[in-house]
Design a protein around this ligand. Structure first.
Ligand code: ADP
Ligand code: MG
Length: 313
């Protein structure tokens, strides 16, 4: 049988006194805490008004201490992970709002981006870049300006995209990364595809269901980025059954495609026409190229190879 604590204390005045003292010390410590003093002053209340909610006040102080020695979101010991209580005194009662901390807000933002941004073998660096990270020079300033305009006017563009071409390393993919980041911040879905790898995998998976699923995603996503088009080994099948329909369907849906390439429009036309093992298939290439041309604005990027200056391969 349990004995009520009251009875234990009655029969043991020594213990009762000790507990009383310990309680008083805790009250003093609690009420003299800097945060409590600041709150009391701000809320125009007296310290005594907090006595009824002492357990809550202690909990608040404990969680604030956790935050001061933040072990990171993963190991956050607070009652609501990534949140800290902030007190308010309303109608004679103490309340706590749980406010998300900056780690939690960052996590939510990144999660959101992960949900909105899909990619196929594009480097993480390119997927994280933001417009303010971009260095601007003569060779990329028009392209960057167009990129910002594209993001700002995304909903009014009727599916018109961009076509960036130029030498390796001038920053085509990198600017596309900034576009992807900006659009996901606006809640748009983006699919960033490295074309050569993607097409190679397509050829391997041929017409299985993952293939159909992937293609549907590429057709339906708000913004599709086809990175490094023209660097792939394209077969008639890829051109006529994958690229052609994709470009056509997205144009009909008024959803943009952004391209990066080492080739300009005319060179890409030749590349697409050449696909049939030596024979030129100009009609089919022409049809695709007409759509690409009329649905994009082309920008030539030039300048130093930034990969070399950054010691990349
Ligand atoms: P491309 O796609 O034209 O071959 P990238 O976009 O891959 O070139 O650029 C290569 C590297 O150069 C990037 O990974 C990045 O580190 C750097 N870089 C490119 N453009 C910029 C820029 N505007 N500002 C800062 N760094 C850049
Ligand atoms: Mg690139």
């Amino acid at each position: 049988m349990f004995r009520p604590i009251r009875d234990t204390l009655k029969s043991n005045p020594e213990l009762y006194k000790k507990m009383q003292e310990s309680f008083q010390t805790q009250v003093r410590q609690c009420l003299s805490h800097r945060k409590v003093k600041e709150f009391v002053a701000k809320a125009h209340i007296s310290e005594n008004q907090l006595l009824h909610s002492l357990a809550d006040v202690r909990h608040w102080l404990l969680e604030s201490e956790h935050c001061e020695q933040c072990p990171g979101l993963e190991r956050c010991p607070n009652m609501y992970k990534g949140h800290l209580p902030s007190p308010a005194y309303v109608d004679g009662k103490l309340y706590f709002d749980y406010t998300p901390c900056h780690h939690y807000l960052k996590f939510v933002q990144e999660e959101k981006q992960r949900r909105l941004l899909r990619s196929h073998l594009v480097s993480n660096q390119a997927l994280k870049v933001q417009f303010e990270d971009l260095e601007i020079d003569e060779g990329n300033k028009q392209a960057i300006k167009a990129a910002m305009l594209f993001c700002n006017r995304f909903d009014q563009l009727g599916g018109k995209g961009l076509y960036y071409y130029g030498e390796f390393g001038v920053g085509k993919t990198y600017i596309m990364g900034a576009i992807a980041t900006e659009l996901t911040h606006k809640g748009k879905t983006v699919y960033f595809v490295h074309v050569p790898t993607f097409f190679r995998e397509m050829k391997q998976s041929l017409a299985d269901h993952t293939f159909t699923e992937k293609i549907r995603e590429l057709e339906e996503v708000d913004c599709l980025i086809l990175d490094d088009i023209g660097a792939e080994g394209i077969s008639p099948w890829l051109r006529d059954e994958v690229l052609g329909p994709l470009v056509q369907i997205r144009a009909q849906l008024e959803k943009p495609i952004l391209y990066t390439s080492n080739l300009d429009y005319d060179q890409l036309y030749i590349h697409l026409a050449e696909s049939n093992r030596g024979e030129l298939d100009e009609m089919k290439s022409l049809r695709i190229m007409e759509r690409i041309r009329s649905y994009t604005e082309a920008y030539f990027l030039y300048g130093k190879n930034r990969r070399r200056t950054k010691g990349e391969a």
